[in-house]
Design a protein around this ligand. Structure first.
Ligand code: SF4
Ligand code: MG
Length: 336
């Protein structure tokens, strides 16, 4: 697989100002605070973490919907960090997004056919007749009958609306699809259908996915690799099997232990996470996870752990990744 997306040192900081006339900066929100990863063609990388960890902001930075404070974004070998004009429009065609709430993302006054055709019209692709033909093809592709094109979003179930959202994203033939919690709002039984559809489409169309989720259960059957984020940084990143069988970061272990396990004996002995996520305006010094980590020591409060490679392709940001007690957990069951 060749590289499609390469993100290096990406950051997004917001100044926090106070005062009506003389706006004085009183702090900085570190929403994304130095994130690096790459994504190969045809691959799915999951970004996982609790709400506010910066995963959605990372996705919006990659799509150039917001501007980075630092770092670089390369897409298909080109530096796109600062491109504008035609190059930015092209980028915004090649990267599409599927939102969490398909209902909120579909205009209720447009028919489904109009909604799916809209990105093609925006990007000047085809004429009205060819777009109508493409809409029919897309509806079939996502498992819906073409006659649905004349209906309105409210006439569909949540799962069907997410299929429509996917058809809309695919209408301009993107290479990368950012999936921002695409199944979180759906019933569990429907989640599996949508995940299977997305995997099937990936295989047929060679798509790459940046798949955002707040828990590891959803990405288990979707991702090839997983990056776990906490307070704007990646704490651990590896191929999926390693992450589910042998996680090395205490935060990853806690996230895993929080999901149900079909065989409770393999759930391991993991102390549940205490406390709240600190504010991204007050990131703890040293290891930013130390205020919630059951293994924190003096060194953790002083020294920032680097995201270092502990095995090929497996990187983790913990001073003690090699020596922490083995919790005996293994969530890799069922993975092929
Ligand atoms: Fe916990 Fe220290 Fe490792 Fe951070 S560096 S995860 S505080 S043990
Ligand atoms: Mg979000």
């Amino acid at each position: 697989m060749s590289g499609l997306l390469e993100v290096s040192g990406l950051a997004r900081h917001y100044p926090v100002k106070r005062g009506v006339v003389l706006q004085k900066q009183v702090g900085t929100v570190r929403a994304v605070d130095g994130v690096s990863f790459d994504l190969a063609r045809g691959e799915t990388l999951a970004l996982v973490g609790e709400s506010g960890c910066g995963k959605s902001t990372t996705a919006r930075l990659v799509m150039r919907l917001i501007e980075p404070s630092a770092g670089t974004i390369r897409f298909d070998g080109q530096d796109v960090t600062n491109v504008g004009g035609g190059a930015l429009r092209t980028l915004r065609r090649r990267i599409q997004i599927v939102f969490q709430d398909p209902y909120a993302s579909l205009n209720p006054r447009l028919t489904v056919g109009e909604a799916i055709a809209e990105p093609m019209a925006v990007h000047g692709i085809g004429d009205a007749a060819s777009r109508r033909a493409k809409v029919e093809e897309l509806l079939r592709l996502v498992g819906l009958a073409p006659f649905h094109a004349a209906r309105y979003p409210h006439e569909f179930s949540g799962g069907q609306r997410q299929r429509i959202g996917i058809a809309r994203a695919l209408s301009v033939e993107p290479e990368l699809v950012v999936c921002d919690e695409p199944v979180s709002a759906l019933d569990v039984s429907i989640q599996a259908q949508v995940v299977n559809l997305m995997k099937d489409l990936q295989a047929r169309l060679g798509l790459s996915y940046l798949f955002i989720a707040h828990d590891l259960a959803v990405v288990k059957h979707m991702a090839d690799r997983v990056a776990v984020m906490y307070l704007g940084q990646i704490m651990e990143i590896s191929d999926k099997r390693t992450l589910f069988a042998d996680p090395r970061h205490p935060y990853t272990r806690a996230l895993l232990a929080a999901i149900p396990h079909p065989d409770p004996s393999r759930r391991g002995r993991v102390t549940p996470l205490g406390g709240d996520v600190p504010s991204p305006m007050a990131v703890p010094p040293g290891c930013r996870f130390h205020t919630r980590c059951p293994f924190a020591q003096e060194r953790c409060r002083q020294e920032i752990p680097a995201l270092r490679e502990i095995a090929p392709g497996h990187r983790t940001a913990c001073h003690f990744a090699e020596t922490l007690p083995d919790p005996g957990l293994d969530y890799s069951g069922g993975l092929t």
